[in-house]
Write a new protein. Structure first.
Length: 129
């Protein structure tokens, strides 16, 4: 695969994930009836759910901006890990947040070669993250 193809694929995956996550964040921030219904199902107040939406949106912005992309990857990974834990706690399907997690990491590995190098060097004597 050429570097141009990798670059396009990385940005397409990033854009798709960011678009869906930004829509989710906007729904939470706006306090729509759908968002409030979901918040009540998982025992959260509307205000707390709005804060989660703001965190989600900021993480997406950091993920899309190339200089802060790795930080955004880690924040989105943490956010989605929390979503998976919440889904498990409330006996809901974890496929959706887990799929997002996978897409975020695939896009990050394609877009940020230094991240891949650091992951590969874990456990190698004499290397530091």
């Amino acid at each position: 695969m050429t570097s141009k193809t990798k670059n396009i694929l990385g940005w397409v995956l990033s854009g798709l994930a960011a678009l869906l996550l930004a829509a989710s964040a906007t729904d939470k921030i706006s306090g729509s009836s759908h968002a409030l219904q979901i918040a009540s199902l998982i025992s959260l107040t509307g205000g707390t759910y709005r804060v989660l939406g703001i965190i989600e949106l900021l993480s997406v912005i950091l993920f899309l901006y190339p200089r802060t992309g790795i930080l955004g990857t880690l924040l989105l990974s943490s956010y989605l890990g929390g979503a998976i834990a919440t889904h498990l706690q409330h006996q809901q399907d974890v496929l959706f947040p887990a799929a997002f997690e996978a897409v975020i990491w695939i896009a990050a590995v394609i877009r940020f070669p230094e991240l891949t190098r650091r992951i590969k060097s874990i456990g190698t004597p004499g290397t530091f993250l």
